[in-house]
Design a protein. Sequence first.
Length: 335
Amino acid sequence: MRLVHAAGLTSAALLAALLPAAAAFPTPSASRSPSAAAVPEECGPEPSGTCVRWGPEQRLGDGRVRVYTEYAHDRPRAVGVELSAGALDRLPSTPTDGEHCHDADGDGVRDPAHECVGGHGRELALPATPPDRPALPFDWVLFNWNPHGHTPHGRYDVPHFDVHFYLVPPEERGAILVGGCALMIDCGQLATASRPVPAAHLPAGYPASSPQTAEGAMGSHLDSRPPSTGTLAGQTLIYGAYGGRLIFIEPMLTKVFLERQRTVPGHRTCEPVPQPAVWATPGWYPTRYCTAYRPETGAHTVSLTDFVRSPPDSAAGGGWSAPYGAWPAARARTR
């Protein structure tokens, strides 16, 4: 589907073009029951009412996946991914797409089951920030389908989706190379990937570092689930880190759990996003993550919602702390 732009369209043509696309997106993330009448409109030049924008779509199964942002007046309300009707059907069954592999045993062959990471990935762009609205701290989304799950075994080796909302631009993630250490990360980068996140920037219940879960082409995964919780049966929240800083927020959810939203009351399940004492840079950050289903369109959504504004980190002089280096300039170039 082509994205629709307002320039050059009459009011009637614009309305006709927008309605089919808007109908596929979720209702506002407040606690209202889903209904077609409550679907937000496309964000215009004035910050009035509730509105959405969406990024370019990519194929997934028999459907598509894309990112959307939602605003309520002059504040962000949600950022999420929408899986259209059919996106859960005929998904790839091979372990990975072969994009991020390393010949660990040196036999000249990269085994997709044991020498590749990332499952089947989709790199998804966020829509442009609407006029006169605050920008989100997220730069892009990495959406992964893992048909056989992944390590740690006994915890995440079930068919599931990983939705990485990255706080750093794609080129920073791309600089995290695959190799022969931990979860296929370049051995020369393991120490950097394992650098602890400062306590003030670390949400309660999460480890400061996790060398054994440092993954090539992704970063380290900070997991708050105790081993005693067993295999993932619903959804959970992972934080990603690299170089002593948080670089992504990741809702992880099983395919069965996503499908179950078709039958639960309200077709929606939300849980808290644990917060650090202070974010390394001021801005708007989510306090809940939600999984939902829209019966009228057959679409599923996974979103970060209920944004609140974080004040500056006084220890960082009101802006970025030292470990973030040149990231602000890099982010500015990608906007």
